[in-house]
Design a protein around this ligand. Sequence first.
Ligand SMILES: Nc1ncnc2c1ncn2[C@@H]1O[C@H](COP(=O)(O)OP(=O)(O)OP(=O)(O)O)[C@@H](O)[C@H]1O
Ligand SMILES: [Mg+2]
Length: 254
Amino acid sequence: MMIFIKIGGTVATNPALLSAFLADLAFLKDRKIVLVHGGGKEVTAVSEKLGLTAEFRDGIRLTSPAEMEVVDMVLGGKINIDLVRRARASGLDAVGLGGQDGGLFTGVPRTIQGLAPNRTGQVTQARTRLLDVLVAGGFFPIVNSTSTDGSGQGLNINADEAAQELAIASRAESLVFISDIAGVLKNGNVIARLDEQTLEAEIAAGVIAGGMVPKVRSARQAVAAGVGKVVIGGYQNPGDLVKLLSGITGTTIL
Ligand SMILES: Nc1ncnc2c1ncn2[C@@H]1O[C@H](COP(=O)(O)OP(=O)(O)OP(=O)(O)O)[C@@H](O)[C@H]1O
Ligand SMILES: [Mg+2]
């Protein structure tokens, strides 16, 4: 059974944090691990340099056709390539992939009321055969969240949703979301265990907001679909990955 680890842009683009994190992964080499990454803040930064304005709804980016090109360049290009290079330097036999590769995850544009169709996608199919082949061959897959629809156009999938769909499709043993924050917070404290009713109540109350909304919902859907252990947490120090995998730190979703 595989373990899926999703990292946000903050870990992916911080060289010091990343090398500690990759050393943790190299230590767990005999486990079947797949890395999925986001990079939302980095996409926004490049979009703004090009004069595009990033727009969000419920923590999810609305992706114009012009911004889809930025998503491809930043997530599928810069961040994914850089992660593969650094993982290889840490002794991992890394391979870079996106949702379109081998049909890992594909979808349709999301329809959002009152808005023109955009390139933000919703996953309709996940197929993990390519990951099985790579992992069985000893490779370490690093997956970005670009994807495609049936017409050959690009789709931008929220990386939390991509990780959720892959973990469900492969009947994963566990799924860990590593963000720029120690867990799901309330009044500055990490909530150790979070069930569906409480997470929806905290979203309604505005305690859980922004990018944490799609993350807790993806986490909850993974639990509901049978993924063994689902944790949301942060990465600060060498060794943190093992603590997150065992649920000692971070927020465990029930
Ligand atoms: N209750 C909460 N607890 C923790 N974080 C919260 C909460 N409410 C809102 N947030 C925000 O959610 C953010 C994490 O989501 P965000 O989408 O920014 O990062 P990510 O998903 O880890 O990275 P990426 O989007 O690049 O993949 C936190 O940095 C924080 O600002
Ligand atoms: Mg996010």
